[in-house]
Design a protein around this ligand. Structure first.
Ligand SMILES: Cc1cc2nc3c(=O)[nH]c(=O)nc-3n(C[C@H](O)[C@H](O)[C@H](O)COP(=O)(O)OP(=O)(O)OC[C@H]3O[C@@H](n4cnc5c(N)ncnc54)[C@H](O)[C@@H]3O)c2cc1C
Ligand code: SF4
Length: 322
């Protein structure tokens, strides 16, 4: 690990003043520093900031950026009104990690592409312009949607997938722009030509909270398909919220993990479903829309049929149709 300065901030102004790399639970950042993939000259510890509460705000539940994954999964309102989020959190990492991992840090965790972690391999995300070893290499866990010819990494967070289905907004205290509330699509940047840029955050910008709108109607679930039953990132995951009335789907929100560089949502998939009676043929049609632009790179071709099967299983579970 390279030497670095350490500052413990007591408020947002102190974070901005220090202008270094934010550290919260440290479960991802410290790994990256040990591998010398991240080499910040200053670490700004934010764990003393007042961002530890889950509060009922007007028309939303406000989750402080330092709420741990364990606390959030167990929170009474989350378990009652947003079970998809509770399930997604519990599907991630291990109990020990969830006790340290924070809401802000989880949103900002970096890809698990093996070449990103191996400094002897070419990786445009680690060093723009170097090339992408994964494109023709071991890409089993990588993206089939939303990728570019520079990078096919996936975003690894389970929590963020559930938040995407729930229409969460991310609250930011930005050095240049002040306080902002961003949708997850506004927050995460697709790889394009420079995959090292993953979000709209600039140095010193702080995630302060996540807002969940009023509890959605309908049934909720999170299904994660992975290589082992625990301690593994998603190959494909689906966060689903579906309401049915009078034999027809009246509302649907679906988000996907393991498929794309950011928690993936395509409202065209939901539009196919709403107003229709649930059936296998309808679920196939929704999967066709989701996967119309999907592109495998060899090792990860299997994710395309796997995503279809997982989506259909989730829709079957949520609507009672097989
Ligand atoms: C073995 C292992 C297995 C795992 N399995 C899973 C899994 O299955 N599913 C899953 O979703 N995750 C998994 N994780 C990832 C884990 O959830 C993340 O490491 C964790 O959520 C990161 O949170 P943290 O608070 O520790 O972040 P840190 O490591 O402290 O920070 C991560 C990044 O976030 C930035 N950051 C932190 N807080 C803020 C803030 N408030 N504002 C702006 N930037 C901020 C930091 O600068 C850094 O870039 C796993 C991790 C490990 C080590
Ligand atoms: S897929 Fe992205 S993270 Fe992986 S090697 Fe290529 S550029 Fe790097």
């Amino acid at each position: 690990m390279k030497p670095f300065d350490y500052v413990r901030a007591s408020d947002a102004a102190g974070v901005k003043e220090a202008g270094g790399r934010i550290i919260a639970g440290g479960t991802n950042l410290l790994d990256l520093m040990k591998h010398q993939i991240e080499t910040p000259s200053t670490l700004v510890d934010v764990t003393r900031l007042d961002m530890t509460e889950v509060e009922q705000a007007e028309n939303s539940l406000r989750i402080g950026a330092l709420v741990t994954n364990s606390e959030l999964a167990a929170h009474e309102s989350v378990r009652r009104d947003y079970p998809v989020l509770s399930r997604a959190l519990l599907a991630g990492a291990t109990g020990q990690l969830r006790n340290k991992a924070t809401t802000g840090g989880n949103l900002m965790q970096r890809t698990r592409c093996p070449y990103f972690y191996d400094t002897t391999q070419a990786c445009n995300k680690r060093e723009p312009g170097l090339g992408c070893q994964a494109m023709e290499g071991a890409n089993r866990i990588l993206a089939v949607l939303g990728a570019s010819d520079k990078c096919i990494a996936t975003h690894p967070s389970d929590m963020a997938v559930a938040m995407r289905a729930l229409d969460a907004r991310i609250e930011i205290d930005s050095v240049d722009r002040g306080t902002e509330l961003l949708t997850m699509d506004e927050f995460y940047v697709l790889p394009g030509d420079d995959p090292s840029v993953e979000t709209v955050l600039n140095p010193g910008d702080l995630i302060t909270a996540v807002h969940l709108p009023t509890a959605p109607k309908g049934r909720q679930t999170y299904r994660k398909v992975r290589d082992r039953s625990s301690y593994a990132f998603a190959l494909v995951s689906v966060a689903g919220i579906v309401e049915t009335q009078g034999g027809k789907i009246t509302e649907a929100a679906l988000a996907f993990g393991g498929l794309a560089p950011r928690p993936w949502r395509d409202t065209a998939v939901e539009e196919v479903l709403v107003g229709e009676a649930p059936s296998e043929a309808l679920f196939d049609k929704a999967a066709d829309v989701l996967l119309a632009d999907a592109k495998g790179h060899g090792d990860n071709d299997f994710k395309i049929p796997l995503a279809r099967r997982t989506l259909k299983a989730v829709l079957g579970e949520l609507t009672g149709a097989s």
